[in-house]
Ligand binder design. Structure first.
Ligand SMILES: [Zn+2]
Length: 368
């Protein structure tokens, strides 16, 4: 298991060093916008082809070194994902002065001396840094990847990707927690004995409010309403992201260390919203699920816990007792699951969590 995090380093630069970093990151940003415009107008999204089209210009007109010219085309190509291309009305715009630095080629770090070495248009420079908030990741055992230099409000930051080495995880059958993600309950967990419910009522109400505002803005369809719509979308995402952050934190805090969290593998579910009742359907379900998943993976790996995934099919229709699959066994109104085969009865919201737990246990037993 390897989790990659991004650590932010504040660079302590002299006036001369700042000028050098400014020159390279402005040239790099302008080069990105040049290639982005090319990609957009030529409908060319392949990094290698973009490189063929722009390499000479990037070297001669923007003054970039060979490696940086290649990084520009890669960075731009990565921003034109298949989903995004269709929706774009103008080229992706790079606003902040920035520059991607390839580990070993452009940048390196000396932990003992507390300095990083960076490439600029003219020469390599060595600068000291502060890793406030990320101290624990910046050490001798850390495995560093690419870095992005970004200039913001007169300060220079280096965003460094760090691969966390997690020691080989030993699965413990006594510490397994199945998690069902949902809308009524943001999550239900089952650990073999206890069921825990994490209420989603407030989240649901808040998102419904966002929806009312969004609809009225959509009807108006003026430039200002479109701007507000965009702002509201961002605010809503931030809200969901906060809720998920809290939930992931709570899930990790409420369980012992060395726990294995079991989640449904939603990558195989074509449309996660089919699991949700019609009147709930305004909620775009898949994004919050994936967001929670990422946050839990991250927090779990920091805590020394693991996250595994199991088949998502029929988790709320399968009897946790006899494994019989019956769609009608679940009475949503009564919030009751009753199995016609073995007679098992139980709260319907916990059925899925129990099945996910069971499938997780099976998986651990098979692999361990
Ligand atoms: Zn049964």
């Amino acid at each position: 298991m390897g989790t990659v995090i991004t650590a932010r380093l504040l660079l302590n630069v002299s006036y001369e060093q700042f000028s050098l970093l400014e020159a390279v990151s402005c040239a790099y940003r302008d080069a990105c916008n040049h290639v982005s415009s090319l990609a957009f107008h030529e409908r060319e999204y392949n990094a290698v082809n973009l490189q063929k089209l722009s390499y000479v210009t990037l070297r001669d007109s923007f003054g970039l070194k060979a490696q940086m010219a290649i990084s520009v085309t890669r960075t731009v190509a990565a921003r034109y994902t298949k989903d995004r291309r269709k929706k774009l009305e103008k080229p992706v715009f790079f606003s902040l002065p920035q520059c991607d630095q390839v580990r070993g080629r452009d940048w390196s770090i000396d932990i003992d001396k507390g300095i990083v070495s960076l490439n600029t248009l003219e020469k390599r420079i060595k600068v000291s840094f502060s890793s406030k908030g990320f101290e624990k990741y910046i050490n001798k055992d850390a495995v560093f990847g690419g870095a992005k230099l970004v200039l913001k409000k007169g300060r220079a930051f280096l965003y460094v990707s760090v691969k966390l080495n997690s020691p080989d995880f030993a699965f413990d059958e006594r510490k397994v927690v199945g998690i069902d993600r949902g809308i009524i309950n943001t999550a239900v967990t089952y650990d073999g004995k206890k069921t825990r419910f994490y209420k989603g009522t407030e989240v649901k109400q808040k998102r419904a409010k966002f929806k009312v505002v969004r609809q009225s803005l959509q009807k108006r369809n003026t430039p200002s309403s479109r701007r507000r719509l965009k702002a509201i979308g961002k605010r809503e995402n931030r809200y969901v992201s906060d809720v998920n952050h809290q939930l992931a934190k709570t899930l990790v805090a409420e369980n012992e260390r060395g726990v294995t969290f079991v989640l449904e593998d939603l990558s195989g579910v074509r449309n996660a919203s089919c699991r949700v009742r019609r009147k709930d359907r305004y909620v775009s379900v898949s994004w919050p699920y994936y967001d929670l998943q990422q946050k839990l993976e991250y927090k779990a790996s920091l805590a020394g816990d693991a996250v595994i995934y199991v088949d998502a099919r029929h988790t709320s229709q399968t009897c946790p007792h006899c494994s019989n699959v019956d769609k009608k066994a679940r009475d949503r109104r009564e919030r009751l699951y009753s199995c016609p085969v073995c007679g098992y009865k139980g709260n319907d919201d916990r059925i899925a969590a129990m099945n996910i737990y069971k499938r997780g246990m099976d998986k651990i037993r098979q692999t361990g």
